[in-house]
Write a protein that binds this ligand. Sequence first.
Ligand code: ZN
Length: 478
Amino acid sequence: MATAIDATTLELTCAPEPWEAVGDSWTPTPDEAAALDAAGVVEALVEQHALRAMIETSRLVLAWRFAHTYDDLPHVAATSEHHHARRVALAGAGAPLVHEHAPLELALHLQMSPQSGRTLMGAALEIAHRLPRLWQRLLDGELEAWRAREVARETLSLAPEIAAAVDDLLAETPRAINQVTADDLILEALLVLDPEEAARREARHDDGRAVFVSPPTGPQAVPGLPGRWAEVHARLEAPDAEALDRTLDAIARILAEGAAADEDDPDSETHQQRRATALGLLADPHAAAALLDGGTRPTPRPATLYVHVDALDLANLLDGGADHGATLEAFGPATLTLASRWLRDRQITLRPVIDLAADPTTDVHDPTETISEHVVLRDRTCIVPDCRRRARSCDQDHIDPYRHPDDGGPPGQTCPSNLQSLCRSHHRLKTHAPARFALLMAQTGSPKRRTALPQSTPRSQSSPSPSRTSDSSWCSYG
Ligand SMILES: [Zn+2]
């Protein structure tokens, strides 16, 4: 798919300053760094910064190019795959649609999540096709990629002619664009170009009420935050926020009084920790009201939590051995001590042990509940590297395609060893481009598929046995 931008892209390699400045950039070894004086350090830092900027720009340019050339790849050009492929819009109106698998494949090569791949390719297409002046500044090394991406994020929803006008205005002062100003600069431009859209944006921003819970699903979606924790951010109107603040304080004080009455150590939790518990209690308004009306701490509301614990670890702990922990599905690893605190006062449903070493089979296409649960427990997420979609919401795909017994299919084709968890996007990639999928999986490292739940090692001396089975008992409460 040719565009007018090809010529300028090709000039990237022979662009004038400041690209040339990074020609001699180098990565100092610790010894070389130690030999630098202050001026030398500054010079090296400036060079490194320019080099990084060039790499980020190249990444955008290559993502744009990949979107346009993806269809030419031999496996994509094959009729059968084209027949099934969807075209998806990753950028605003007027930008070309792209093959649905292009961003997935980009993400695999760059070891990023599918969503990050879509965002990167979408930004590249938005800038290249709807913000041509910023694109040119980018190619000339006069605008850093991250600044251009800040603008692109805000222009996605604008009509093409408005995006073009914003482009004209912002290209004059590229260094003024940053994470804080991109939105303001666009609003300023809209006030001149499209006052009605400006008013709508302003109204949306002025009423920015929102509550965000991270992670909504999946382990460790918040960088640096263990999966068993979640963060809640809220933007409330001031009176509501103040009322909530007072309620949290009130419940926290009742919880502290309750701890004192139970002769628990009242200092075992801080006021802030109790406020966090109080916010959780508000998830069950009736129970919170009962507590505020002078009742006792309510029995926690039914919920479902999958705790995967090895029978040996449980026995070991009961024998006074070390706490080797459990895996809380969707929340990650945790000590058994924490797991038992979460389960305290809950109604626990114990479910049968699933032996992950076994390979139960069925002759029909759809897996039985046991087989399905087995695959979820084993895979935990989509098996494609860097894809974090939970196995419980994935498709279960036959590794060797299922053949109906009437067509000569062998018995027992549906079994854990022939099933894998794939999110819908990756399932479509595998179904419509199987050879490419296999090649990509081979190139990007082994799939995340596990043969059993992870084994925490080394075990302490008090472990009953150094050899562990892959048995996994699990329970839920509800
Ligand atoms: Zn996936």
